[in-house]
Write a protein that binds this ligand. Structure first.
Ligand SMILES: [Fe+2]
Length: 297
C-alpha cells in the first residue's frame, strides 16, 4: 500500500494573475489571497493553501504535492525510492517553510513532473475557509481533488505511480474524446476518492490536462456553470456524468489553458470490494468535447 494518502497541493506558474483571480473567485468559488510578490494563494478548506499560482510570463505546472501521514511514512517512501534507484532530495527547511509543511522531499516522475511528498501541512482553524460563492468542497481524507497528467511515456508513468509509489488502479477508459483519436486513460487512487491521479496520453505539449474540484451540493455545480457562462468561460466539456467515478461535472478552460473540472456526486471506492474495470466511454451522458475558440491573429 502507498505511503501517499492524498493529493495535497498544486503549484503552477501563470501569466495572468488578474484573470485567474476573477476565475478562481467568481467561477470556482475558492478563496484567493495575494502574497507580497503578487503570487496568488488559493484555499478550499482548513489547509493554509491548496493551490499556488506564481506570477510568471508563462503558464505551466510546477509541482504536485502528495501528502503522507507522518515522518515514518516519509522515511519509508525515501527508502522505497532509493531502493528503486529513483533520485530524491530533501526539500530542506526553507522550502518546507515556504510550503507551510513540516518536512518534504522532492523527486521527479518519469515524464519529469516535479513531485513533492510532505507531511504536517499547516491548518488555519483560526481563519475559516469562506468561499466567495458559498461553496463547500469535498476534501478531508480524499485530498484536494484530482489531477490528470498528460503522459509522454505512459507505460513508465503508470509503472511509477502504480508499482513504485503504490497507487492502486481503479479502472481504465479506452475511448475517443476527440472522434478518430483513440485514447486509453489510467485512473489511480491513494484513498477513497476514485482517482487522485489519472494518466492520459493526449498528444498535446502541456503537462496537465485538467484538475478537479468537487463540491458537496449539485446546485453549486449549476451555480458555477451559470457564473462560467456569464463570465465568458470556454466550456471544454459540457455538463455530463462520468462513466467510472460517476462524477456529475463540467469543464472550463482556465486562464492558463488547462481545464478545471467542477463536479459533484462521485462514488467513493471501498478497497475491500473494488475490482478494476474497463470502460469504453468517458461518460454515461454529456461531456461533449468543444474545441477551444481560435485565437485572433
Ligand atoms: Fe476529471
Amino acid at each position: 500500500m502507498s505511503e501517499i494518502k492524498a493529493l495535497g497541493y498544486l503549484g503552477f506558474s501563470v501569466s495572468d494573475t488578474e484573470k485567474w483571480r476573477d476565475y478562481a473567485e467568481n467561477v470556482l468559488g475558492v478563496a484567493v489571497s495575494e502574497a507580497d510578490n503578487g503570487d496568488l494563494v488559493l484555499r478550499i478548506d482548513s489547509y493554509a493553501w491548496r493551490i499556488k499560482l506564481a506570477k510568471a510570463d508563462h503558464d505551466q505546472l510546477d509541482y504536485v504535492g502528495w501528502e503522507v501521514s507522518d515522518k515514518v511514512a516519509l522515511e519509508q517512501l525515501k527508502a522505497r525510492l532509493s531502493e528503486a534507484g529513483t533520485a530524491w532530495e530533501d526539500g530542506g527547511k526553507a522550502l518546507a517553510d515556504e510550503r507551510l509543511v513540516k518536512e518534504l522531499i522532492v523527486f521527479n516522475d518519469p515524464d519529469g513532473t516535479r513531485c513533492e511528498a510532505f507531511f504536517g501541512p499547516l491548518q488555519k482553524t483560526n481563519k475559516a475557509f469562506v468561499s466567495p460563492q458559498g461553496f463547500r468542497f469535498i476534501t478531508g481524507e480524499q485530498g484536494l481533488g484530482h489531477i490528470v497528467l498528460v503522459t509522454q511515456d505512459h507505460a513508465a508513468q503508470e509503472a511509477f505511480y502504480n508499482e513504485l509509489l503504490g497507487f492502486k488502479v481503479s479502472d481504465y477508459i479506452n475511448t475517443e474524446v476527440v472522434p478518430g483519436k483513440p485514447l486509453s486513460i489510467t485512473f489511480l487512487r491513494c484513498n477513497g476518492r476514485h482517482h487522485s491521479l489519472a494518466l492520459a496520453p493526449v498528444p498535446i505539449p502541456a503537462k496537465v490536462a485538467h484538475i478537479m474540484l468537487q463540491v458537496d451540493n449539485i446546485d453549486d455545480v449549476g451555480r458555477a456553470m451559470d457564473k462560467a457562462e456569464k463570465t465568458g468561460c470556454h466550456f471544454s466539456f459540457t455538463l455530463g456524468r462520468h462513466s467510472n467515478d460517476e462524477m456529475l461535472s463540467f469543464y472550463t478552460m482556465s486562464p492558463s489553458g488547462f481545464d478545471v473540472e467542477f463536479g459533484w456526486g462521485a462514488i467513493e471506492v471501498d478497497d475491500d470490494t473494488w475490482h478494476v474495470k474497463t470502460h469504453d466511454v468517458n461518460s454515461a451522458w454529456g461531456h461533449k468535447f468543444q474545441f477551444p475558440p481560435r485565437k485572433k491573429k
